[in-house]
Write a protein that binds this ligand. Structure first.
Ligand SMILES: Cc1cc2nc3c(=O)[nH]c(=O)nc-3n(C[C@H](O)[C@H](O)[C@H](O)COP(=O)(O)O)c2cc1C
Length: 392
């Protein structure tokens, strides 16, 4: 009987489905609802020590729909981190852990470039009994103006220093959440793991402009006629998230990218951090989407926008879809297929070489030429020999 039970960084989750930081984990009420509906873990909305500096605007979302079906495929937000007071969050973390002692609650935290502030937020938050931290090094709008979020995540040196402060103060696992708004996501990933983070999460939202209203000539979402570029999420980002998770997983666990496909099971590239964890995020709405991220090396799979579209009951659908995939292939546990697809990435030159090899073999077969010793036949032996002669 296949199981979805997930073991990561000493934590046990009933399944790999995690509420990603955002509106679906924004207070004790909704976090409780997520646990009641069976989510494997919840990551809170990102919190900071001084919420009075966080002022949200409305509207702050804009959606992209498919032309025919009207299905939502892309979602832009210009939402900031939580505007709720730090003390309120500490109370609520305690309440949630009292009510759900066996469920995994992860606090997403963010601070300015100040060691005392990071140490304070880590120490006071972990005293509530939360199970792990996720460091938000990746919010692409608003916070970078204060050198927070993506501004930190785009600077591996700064990120390594801050991760080092957090890891020294933290007694629980620490995941660093990566920004996709960077050329080589492995660089900040490597910096966070070097500093001692237990795992990486990827991706946060992709910096975007949803569109321009052709009547008003103003970009969307419009607040008093103006806007800022925001973070893009939902289905449309999944291929980009898969690519970035593949790049991180190859760096961490090894894989075939950038080198010929190995003949055996040995990856062509050796992983630099084989014992650390990876949490994938970006456009997941089905168990099949999640299976693809696990095949790409992820231990857990986060969902944020999908919950805003389908509600908390999505957890059941995700579990059913992933179990059906596992049963089809005879996989008993997630480890039976985690990272399986990584070895099939190679260089373009290798694709060309493989294709030429297959075409040459097909051409020879069409001409009836023997290319392998096993193809010799006793009855047509002489004809087969004749076809291999080039100078008659
Ligand atoms: C409205 C909204 C608010 C978000 N707020 C946060 C946040 O506070 N902290 C954070 O780390 N990520 C935040 N995110 C990013 C998500 O956690 C996630 O990384 C991203 O949306 C991609 O995943 P998805 O396609 O499943 O939404 C937010 C996303 C949305 C849509």
């Amino acid at each position: 009987m296949a199981t979805l039970e997930t073991h990561v960084d000493g934590l046990t989750l009933p399944n790999p489905f995690v509420i990603g930081s955002g509106p679906p984990g924004t207070n004790a009420k909704v976090i409780g609802k997520a646990f009641d509906e069976g989510w494997g873990a919840v990551i809170s909305k990102t919190i900071s020590l001084d919420a009075s500096k966080v002022v949200n605007v409305a509207p702050r979302y804009a959606r992209m729909r498919a032309q025919q079906s009207r299905e939502v495929i892309g979602w832009e937000n210009i939402e900031l981190i939580s505007d709720r007071p730090f003390e309120t969050w500490l109370d609520e973390f305690k309440q949630i852990k009292d009510k759900y002692p066996d469920r995994v609650l992860i606090a997403s935290i963010m601070e300015e470039y100040n060691k005392d502030a990071w140490v304070e937020i880590v120490e006071r938050t972990q005293d509530t009994g939360v199970d792990a931290f996720e460091l938000n090094f990746s919010c692409p709008h608003g916070l970078p103006e204060r050198r927070m979020g993506a501004a930190m995540g785009q600077d591996p040196e700064l990120l390594e220093e801050v991760s080092g402060w957090v890891c020294a103060a933290s007694k629980i696992p620490v995941w660093a959440k990566m920004t996709p708004n960077i050329t080589h996501i492995e660089d900040p990933g490597r910096a966070a793991l070097r500093a001692g983070c237990h795992g990486l999460s990827a991706i946060n939202t992709i910096l975007s402009v949803m569109g321009v209203d052709l009547d008003t000539l103003r970009p969307e979402p419009t607040v008093e006629g103006y806007t800022v570029p925001g973070g893009y999420s939902c289905k449309a980002v999944r291929p980009i998230a898969l690519r970035m998770v593949m790049e991180l997983a190859t760096m961490m666990f090894g894989g075939g990218c950038g080198a010929p496909i190995p003949e055996g099971d040995e990856p062509a590239i050796k992983g630099e951090f084989p014992d650390r964890s990876l949490s994938a995020i970006g456009g997941v709405e089905t168990g099949e989407d999640a299976a693809q991220f696990i095949l790409m090396g992820a231990h857990t799979v986060q969902v944020c926008t999908g919950v805003m579209i389908h509600g908390y009951k999505l957890a059941g659908e995700l579990s059913r879809g992933l179990l059906a995939f596992m049963e089809k292939h005879g996989f008993e546990t997630l480890e039976d297929f985690r990272g399986h697809a990584l070895k099939y990435f190679t260089t373009h030159a290798e694709l060309v070489r493989r294709q030429a090899e297959v075409k040459a073999a097909e051409k020879a077969a069409r001409a009836g030429m023997v290319t392998k010793d096993a193809a010799w036949e006793g009855d047509s032996f002489v004809e087969q020999s004749d076809r291999l002669v080039s100078n008659d």
